[in-house]
Ligand binder design. Structure first.
Ligand SMILES: Nc1ncnc2c1ncn2[C@@H]1O[C@H](COP(=O)(O)OP(=O)(O)OP(=O)(O)O)[C@@H](O)[C@H]1O
Ligand SMILES: [Mg+2]
Length: 397
């Protein structure tokens, strides 16, 4: 089996990635140097945090049902298509079908840290339980000689790369809402099953080849929600809910409490990116982003449609209790999309639009294709959208 070249660095999607997007919460980190407003961000796995030196633990016994394991000799690994903080991801074949193969690094199981073994096991167990059209499909996993997770291959790459490829243009509004609906439905499903994703961001959202559908991936930080709240910080600053860091210094050993609403906050930032195609808190380093979010600063909603602004504002509310459940978000987005569709009068064609400038541009980017989910109840249609006649109304909000 061919193994990928692992570059030891945190963060995924290095190619073209903005520098300030790179920092991930993968090591203990303190924000006290910017004042005591935010007390402390601990490691991504503060429940499990251990010193790096004694992390290699070959006594770790995997508890993964045999039915989830596949014979690694049947997996062919080809070129690398992505990498994350603890893995490389490759195109490959399993039983002659194209798949994605996530190889935990180092590729030799005995050299993998205990933390990463636990993370891998959790990812396998949670992902294998998922069965939803907007969640990447689990095919199987292997633990020896290499820890890997085989999933369906998503040929449209990540939402992050797609947004970069379209910049500085925005996505078609209907496409944005349609993709946001996919995410919301996936999250609704997760929460209904008591799972918090904790790392919802564009590099963990994968597109189908036609870029009409999104599937949620990377369950490496996902957890089952515990009764009485969670006590661990996780995620990536830019998309991380402010309650994950404290305004007041915590007593030594104390941990923050949070619940599934942290995913709603992350979703709001992703939705904002889908609508604006800008980098959230652009040009600021991650510490400043965390500081600003904790001070209740949010990205600008200027020139966004009024209905969506209220949805965004409720989703990124400081008080998690005010944030809606994904069931409600799905309802709001469906209504919004239905309204867009019902006010559309011109025949569809591929266009891009910049709704801050109020003009239409022909565009070679395939951003105009959008499934009319509101009308077809989830069945995808290859209809391309247009500059909506209702758009001027939206602008006046
Ligand atoms: N099923 C898939 N199909 C296509 N590409 C994929 C697939 N799964 C992962 N990728 C690519 O690999 C990258 C890393 O995958 P993933 O996020 O699962 O790894 P990770 O090591 O857990 O990353 P992180 O740094 O977010 O913790 C993704 O951003 C994406 O580019
Ligand atoms: Mg990832």
């Amino acid at each position: 089996m061919q193994q990928g070249n692992y570059k030891d660095k945190g963060g995924s999607e290095m190619d073209g990635r903005e520098e300030d997007d790179l920092f991930e919460l993968s090591s203990p980190y303190s924000l006290q140097n910017i004042g005591n407003t935010i007390s402390k961000l601990t490691s991504t796995f503060c429940d499990d945090a251990e010193d790096e030196e004694d992390d290699i633990d070959n006594s770790f016994a995997f508890q993964i049902d045999r039915s989830l394991l596949i014979d690694p000799r049947l997996v062919l690994v080809d070129k690398m298509i992505g990498e994350g903080s603890y893995s490389t991801v490759h195109e490959g074949f399993y039983k002659l079908k194209p798949v994605a193969v996530k190889i935990i690094q180092p590729s030799n199981t005995s050299a993998v840290t205990r933390d990463h073994k636990e993370r891998f096991q959790r990812e396998v167990l949670l992902l294998s339980r998922m069965n939803h059209e907007n969640v990447v499909k689990f095919i199987g996993a292997s633990v020896e000689p290499t820890m890997m997770i085989v999933t369906e291959l998503m040929k449209g790459e990540t939402l992050q790369k797609y947004l970069w490829s379209v910049r500085p243009k925005r996505l078609d509004l209907k496409l944005s809402i349609s993709l946001a609906l996919d995410i919301s439905r996936a999250m609704e499903y997760l929460h209904a099953n008591g799972i918090i994703h904790r790392d919802l961001k564009p590099s963990n959202l994968l597109l189908t080849e036609d870029r009409m559908q999104i599937k949620l991936a990377d369950f490496g930080l996902a957890r089952e929600e515990a009764m009485g709240g969670m006590t661990c910080e996780a995620g990536t600053y830019r998309w991380m809910a402010p309650e994950l860091y404290s305004r007041d210094p915590l007593p030594v050993g104390a941990k923050k409490h949070y619940d599934h609403k942290v995913d709603v906050y992350s979703f709001s930032i992703v939705l904002w990116e889908l609508l604006t195609n800008k980098a959230p808190f652009k040009g600021r380093d991650n510490v400043t982003v965390a500081y600003a979010a904790a001070k209740n600063e949010r990205p600008s909603v200027e020139s966004l449609p009024g209905d969506i602004v209220s949805l965004l504002q409720s989703c990124w509310a400081e008080d998690p209790k005010i944030r809606p459940e994904f069931k409600e978000i799905t309802g709001s987005l469906t209504n919004f999309l239905q309204n867009l569709c019902s006010t559309e009068t011109t025949p569809p064609k591929i266009v891009s639009m910049d709704y801050s400038e109020s003009h239409v541009q022909e565009d070679s980017i395939d951003a105009g294709h959008v499934p009319n989910k509101a009308d077809d109840k989830g069945k995808k249609q290859k209809t391309s959208s247009t500059f909506f006649s209702c758009f001027d109304d939206c602008l006046s909000d």
